[in-house]
Write a protein that binds this ligand. Structure first.
Ligand SMILES: O=C(O)CCC(=O)C(=O)O
Length: 251
């Protein structure tokens, strides 16, 4: 990438708190991921392999006649070698390095399945409300890979541009997945942008930018994977694997 293009990206990120990189992941790798997560809802409903954490769409508890659909699957690098390749690829890590610096560790990798017709809202929140602890700073970074096309109709991610410049806000709490959210849950706001993407696009965003996404009443799935990275020495308990940089002490 040219110096000028890099500068423009960094400037956009600094102003807005997110950055979209179009077509970062090849169609071949995406096809591999697609095949590896085929029938994932049904497979996980039968047996959840060791090391994987599944949060189901919560209506299954109250409306058992509805299909059992995954809302979020933690440690998706275990279920898909393609996702495992992508999270450590130069394509992604070069962007992370430009935004975060040279010492990069994996924080987590999770699939966000937002199934056609049944995928539910992700309320407005800042990720640092989940990640903050006494040892860390809000340095973590997400790379959200679009596996399917995302549109306003199928619940694409939405940001409040510039909100990362503020503090961590007080969040309400519910006993559900995505159980931390800003007052008002997902009430319409006038200050948001909806990020519509194609498969292979990656949306990078930090831990303080306010974001959320609508439900998916549409007939198309809106599958995405979020790879989260941390600066290696930022909170020793939370870095899973060092991916780039100097060998610093991590747990
Ligand atoms: O799936 C989405 O649209 C949002 C995911 C999200 O907000 C998150 O993982 O922090």
């Amino acid at each position: 990438m040219s110096e000028t293009a890099l500068k423009a990206d960094l400037n956009f990120y600094e102003q807005n708190g997110y950055l979209v990189k179009k077509g970062l992941i090849s169609a071949d790798l995406l096809a591999l991921v697609d095949s590896e997560i085929d029938q994932l809802h049904q497979r996980m409903a039968t047996e959840i392999p060791d090391g994987i954490g599944v949060s189901w769409e919560e209506y299954v508890h109250t409306e058992p006649e509805k299909p059992k659909y995954i809302r979020q699957l933690m440690h998706s690098e275990i279920v898909s070698s393609g996702l495992n390749q992508i999270l450590r690829s130069d394509a992604v890590l070069d962007v992370i390095e430009a935004l975060l610096g040279p010492n990069i560790s994996l924080f987590h990798s999770k699939l966000l399945m937002k199934a056609a017709k049944y995928g539910t809202i992700t309320p407005w929140h800042q990720d640092y409300s989940y990640w903050k602890n006494p040892e860390n700073q809000p340095l973590m970074l997400n790379c959200m890979l679009s596996i399917d096309s995302t549109t306003k109709e199928n619940g694409c991610i939405q940001f409040v541009p510039g909100s990362h410049k503020g503090e961590l806000l007080e969040h309400d709490r519910a006993r559900t997945s995505f159980g931390l959210f800003l007052p008002g849950f997902f009430e319409p706001r006038a200050d948001t942008v909806a990020i519509e993407t194609e498969p292979g696009d990656c949306t990078f965003f930090g831990p303080l930018v306010i974001h959320g996404s609508g439900a998916n009443p549409s007939p198309s799935h809106r599958r995405a994977n979020t790879f989260a990275y941390n600066a290696t020495n930022n909170g020793s308990q939370q870095s899973r694997e060092m991916l780039r940089g100097e060998s610093l002490k991590i747990s």
